[in-house]
Design a protein around this ligand. Structure first.
Ligand SMILES: [Zn+2]
Length: 510
């Protein structure tokens, strides 16, 4: 307080203009003082003495008393300025939230909070809150202990960042940082399914669903990256769809056919267990991935396809049993196919061949094979003799003295071929000797296994020339014609057996 100011106060008191004194600058300062003692003191002084002052004459003790008090107040102001420091209050929407050193520092603190709030998405956050700063003075020491921290400010400030909401067919899918991010995500989704190349020319790409975007104010944690949103779009949403139970369906089968686990299918149908019966035609629920977004692409694809070569088998009598020789190597041909297509999220929904032409003819492979037993068909047990095989040869040259089939008393399981004793019996086809021994009515008997369930039997031999386990070739002499066992004269009893069942040899001999 300056000397003239002090003088002014005293003069004012002396001139009995007490009330206007309150408007003198120093008194105004006093009014702002937070030291309540001084404020109360002044109030008290004027309240007690003010009314009487007008009538109290100059030099009266009653005048000097308040003057003295004002002098003390003025001295207090000096003291106040010495023991306090300047500071600033920060108000958010009218609510005082803290103290900082200065308005400038307060503004910097707000900027810092906004910068950090938006940092994760590369923005500076903003706020609609009304922020006010008011200068003040505070007792030394108060400011150090009560300074507003960043986190306190952050907690009191409502901030937002800009985002762009992606809406597909009326459903809000995600919030991205910017329009560019939205467009890049949609493009990446198209590119995920479309792979253009020289041989795949894509004409049009369109989305089926209506796509909308909206600029919104949001929180950084609500914002997803383009990669996250692309991943979401590709995965689609899991939805429950209807499934109609088929004739042979089981819970397990339905799960398997729909790439689910049994428990997942059951979970779609509350109350159902693995033991719950399924009726054909019944409607149950299964989970299915449904795309958020459908991209329809139309294009023209040119593909080269291999044409498999054919294999032609020829019989070569000169080759040893089981041997084969490639007479001509086969090679694949090539054809070029041009197709116009429509794809839905990468799956063809329409294909039309525009052009197809062979660019390289295939070459047939020719294989020469030794003649062998071929079974054309095998009879069932109930229809005796109806199977046919080829590749057998006559074991003995001669006429058939007794045919296959029913005779007067019994069933003749083979044919009898008349031949003189000592005539060589040859193997009807190559194979392994199963038995070569004396066997009841057959007399000396040879049984050969040709594989594929085919066997041949030779009976009444005068001599066995092979033994069990021995491999024999087609046409190889295995014994000599005789009349051993139950026989009325020299002949060969010949049987052809398929899977344990005899068939008529005569219809299967050349
Ligand atoms: Zn016989």
């Amino acid at each position: 307080m300056t000397k003239p100011e002090l003088t002014k106060i005293i003069a004012a008191v002396n001139n009995k203009i007490v009330l206007p004194i309150a408007k003198i600058r120093n008194v105004e300062i006093i009014a702002k003082i937070r030291n309540m003692e001084i404020r109360r003191l002044i109030k008290h002084t004027f309240a007690e003495t003010g009314a009487k002052l007008k009538s109290i004459p100059w030099r009266s003790r009653k005048v000097w008393g308040p003057a003295l008090i004002l002098l003390m107040a003025a001295a207090g102001t000096g003291y106040y300025l010495n023991t306090t420091v300047s500071a600033a209050m920060i108000y958010i929407n009218g609510q005082q939230i803290g103290i900082v050193n200065s308005v400038e520092q307060g503004k910097q603190l707000v900027e810092e909070v906004l910068r950090k709030e938006g940092q994760t998405i590369g923005q500076t956050a903003r706020t609609h809150d009304q922020i006010d700063y008011r200068s003040t003075r505070l007792k030394k020491g108060v400011i150090n202990s009560g300074c507003l921290s960043e986190s306190d400010l952050s907690n009191n400030l409502t901030t937002y960042v800009d985002g762009v909401e992606l809406n597909i067919a009326g459903e809000n899918i995600a919030i991205l940082p910017s329009q560019d991010d939205v467009q890049n995500t949609l493009k990446a989704f198209q590119d995920y399914y479309n792979k253009p190349s020289d041989s795949n020319v894509i004409d049009t790409v369109n989305f089926v669903e209506e796509i909308a975007t909206e600029q919104i104010e949001t929180q950084p944690e609500e914002i997803q990256t383009a990669d996250m949103v692309l991943d979401k779009l590709i995965k689609g949403k899991t939805a429950s769809i209807d499934y109609i139970v088929k004739e042979t369906d089981t819970w397990w089968q339905i799960a398997r056919n729909n790439n689910m686990l049994t428990k997942e299918v059951l979970a779609c149908n509350p109350g159902a267990t693995e033991n719950t019966a399924l009726r054909p035609g019944q409607n149950i629920k299964i989970a299915s991935s449904v795309p958020y977004l459908t991209v329809i692409s139309e294009g023209v694809l040119t593909q080269t396809q291999a044409i498999p070569f054919e294999v032609q088998n020829i019989t070569d009598e000169s080759l040893a049993e089981g041997k084969q020789v490639v007479k001509q190597e086969g090679s694949e041909g090539l054809k070029q196919i041009t197709t116009a297509y429509t794809q839905k999220n990468g799956t063809y929904i329409e294909k039309k061949v525009l052009d197809e032409h062979i660019t390289k003819q295939p070459v047939t492979q020719i294989v020469a094979k030794a003649p062998s037993l071929v079974i054309y068909s095998i009879a069932s047990a109930s229809s005796r003799g109806s199977a046919r095989i080829s590749g057998l040869s006559w074991p003995v040259k001669g006429y058939v003295s007794s045919p296959y089939g029913y005779r007067s008393r019994d069933f003749h399981s083979g044919i009898d071929i008349a031949a003189g004793t000592g005539t060589p019996i040859t193997a009807s086809a190559s194979g392994t000797v199963s038995q070569a021994c004396y066997s009841g009515g057959y007399g000396n008997m040879i049984l050969i296994n040709h594989g594929n369930g085919v066997m041949t039997r030779y009976g009444h031999a005068s001599k066995l020339m092979v033994s069990a386990g021995q491999h024999v070739n087609k046409g190889q002499t295995i014994g000599l014609v005789g009349s051993t066992g139950i026989s009325t004269g020299p002949h060969l009893h010949f049987e052809v057996i398929i899977n344990g069942q005899t068939i008529n040899p005569i219809t299967n001999l050349p």
